[in-house]
Design a protein around this ligand. Structure first.
Ligand SMILES: [Zn+2]
Length: 331
């Protein structure tokens, strides 16, 4: 049987080199897009774009995952490191739904400009799958009349950000469990599968296409960032996602690779969370305090992952808090 995964067309609308990334280059949407279909076994499993041979001008990277379903990967800087922040958008017969924005008004506007080259349908729904700033800070670029979907926990987080003077649109529609949308001939589920990276983690699930956008609950080869995470529940949340009928799990950071790699890597990522938990537990059980653990902890193969340096200490702190029963209910 032919592997159906390899038959999924991965159209990459690569930003043309040297074309100044500020304004979208329409030529790439007019038939001369570069189809990059690197064989699975030649893909280097890393979130580091340079290690994969990309340059800054190769982004944003847009792929059509299924008819009318697109992933949008844009480079972002975190300290010295660069990796991608991923949004997904679904074009229906009547409107567009966007899952997660980008990290600034300028970047979200750029994505909106690309969406406008794919379709003339208006953006009517925005899902706040992660409430963190690198996915929401540009949300005021979206049409004012759009519905903003969020879990109650994330809705509160957005309100706190607004009180601190941000111009973020607040959630207009809450999803505590599951919302099934019928939009222009498509069925789209917005779902809460458990607390993970933010506590208000939502996924966008397309049951017919078997695609699930997991946002930051899935960091592809990016160290498990835990500043507002629920470490053990995160492991369980991924298990819930793995048990669902999904062919393609789309991460919130890192590369959108072939579906079979992404399925594999979700397992690898769950193992990474477990490894961080186990390392923290080991130090805690031996009676060491957090500072000792931070000084001495090692994470094996995770040592080379993006954000290891900046997120390792914070992750240990979060697991210590979980063990001690002092994790805040809302971050
Ligand atoms: Zn985050």
């Amino acid at each position: 049987m032919a592997n159906r995964h390899t038959s999924i067309t991965l159209l990459l609308f690569l930003a043309a080199a040297g074309c100044g990334a500020d304004s979208p280059d329409t030529s790439k949407l007019n038939g001369d897009e570069t189809a990059v279909d690197i064989p699975e076994d030649q893909i280097i499993r890393t979130a580091n774009p340079y290690a994969r041979g990309y340059t800054d001008s190769d982004f944003p990277r847009i792929q059509e995952l299924a008819p009318g379903v697109y992933s949008y990967e844009q480079l972002r800087s975190a300290g010295d490191e660069k990796f991608t922040t991923v949004s997904m958008f679904v074009v229906t017969e009547t409107s567009v739904l966007v899952a997660d924005g980008q990290g600034s008004i300028e970047e979200t506007q750029k994505m909106i400009d690309y969406i406008a080259m794919v379709t003339d349908k208006p953006i009517k729904d925005v899902v706040v799958a992660s409430d963190h700033g690198d996915h929401t800070a540009g949300n005021s670029a979206f049409p004012r009349e759009a519905r903003f979907w969020a879990h109650p926990t994330s809705a509160s987080a957005l309100e706190r950000m607004a009180q601190n003077g941000s111009a973020l649109p607040l959630a207009t529609n809450l999803v505590a469990d599951r919302e099934v949308l019928q939009l222009g001939g498509r069925e789209i589920h917005i779902q809460f599968l458990g607390r993970a990276h933010t506590g208000g983690d939502l996924v966008v699930y397309l049951p017919k296409e078997k695609i699930m956008f997991m946002s930051e609950a899935y960091l592809h080869r990016v160290f498990p960032a835990m500043r507002s995470a629920f470490p053990s529940e995160w492991v369980e949340m991924i298990e819930v996602a793995q048990a669902m009928d999904v062919d393609m799990y789309v991460p919130g950071h890192g590369f959108v690779d072939h579906p079979s790699i992404l399925k594999d890597e979700l397992e690898v990522f769950q193992g990474a969370i477990r490894a961080v938990i186990e390392e923290a537990q080991r130090w805690h059980e031996e009676g060491f305090d957090l500072q000792d653990a931070i000084a001495g902890a090692t994470f094996g193969s995770l040592e080379t992952w993006s954000l290891r340096e900046s997120q390792g200490d914070r992750a240990l702190q979060q697991v210590f808090a979980e063990i001690d029963g002092t994790l805040p209910e809302a971050n």
